[in-house]
Design a binder for this molecule. Structure first.
Ligand SMILES: O=C[C@H](O)[C@H](O)[C@H](O)COP(=O)(O)O
Length: 228
């Protein structure tokens, strides 16, 4: 069941709690979105205070934020992340996630899955017994129609994500399009993840299964930590 208690304070508490994790010498995957942004800003404060970390951004947004915060950057070509800190759009009881509300899930999955420890930061509104939000699917521009057909065959209802401040679709940091795919309550996230991953033209989908090590949920007066 969906929880109440969202809001920026809860996100901030979660982000700051996760920013406690990296130690000197660590490489940190820097997630995307409003909750991960709190962790990035807090890490920046710690870098100012002498913490020696390098960040691997997961999007244009997190790269810009990390630069502003003064976090030295590196890449997956140079280093393996010790920890990745990232947000989520929905978190199921078993730790399965839906991500991609900001269309950053392809690079997020790359960095988050490469990390030794993947930490999710969220507010209580993201928690759910089972996943039921639309699944963002990043597709090559030429693959929009065939992927939409494949999604329908898998029982989904795809919608091309429209940009808010321009006419036309959202174009991802990788130059692709996003289909938001409604499946209702997802009974078998593993099976759906396999089906989407096997569809030609799908660059990446926002189902993150069996990836999360730790969940930090900011509450009204603290942070609840769950380990998987
Ligand atoms: O593409 C964006 C990401 O997956 C975000 O991590 C996700 O949408 C959560 O963002 P927020 O913390 O702003 O709710």
């Amino acid at each position: 069941m969906k929880q109440t208690g969202g809001g920026d304070d809860a996100k901030r508490r979660a982000g700051e709690s996760a920013a406690d994790i990296p130690g000197d010498g660590d490489v940190v995957g820097l997630g995307t979105g409003s909750t991960a942004a709190h962790a990035i800003r807090e890490l920046g404060e710690r870098v100012d205070a002498g913490l020696d970390v390098r960040g691997i951004p997961t999007s244009f947004q997190s790269r810009e934020l990390a630069r502003e915060a003064g976090i030295p950057l590196t890449s997956l070509d140079e280093a393996v992340p010790d920890v990745a800190i990232d947000g989520a759009d929905e978190v199921a009881a078993d730790g399965a996630l839906i991500k991609g509300g900001g269309a950053a899930h392809a690079r997020e999955k790359l960095v988050d899955s490469a990390a030794e420890r993947f930490v999710v930061v969220a507010d209580p509104t993201k928690e759910s017994d089972r996943l039921s939000q639309p699944v963002p699917v990043e597709v090559l521009p030429d693959a929009r129609a065939p992927v939409a057909d494949a999604v329908r065959s898998a029982g989904g209802d795809p919608t091309l994500r429209a940009a808010e401040r321009k006419d036309g679709p959202v174009v991802t940091d990788n130059g692709n399009l996003v289909l938001d795919c409604k499946f209702g309550t997802i009974d078998d996230p593993h099976g759906l993840a396999r089906t989407l991953s096997a569809t030609p033209g799908v660059v990446e989908h926002g189902l993150f299964v069996d990836l999360v090590d730790e969940l930090h949920v900011g509450t009204d007066d603290g942070v609840d930590v769950t380990r998987y």
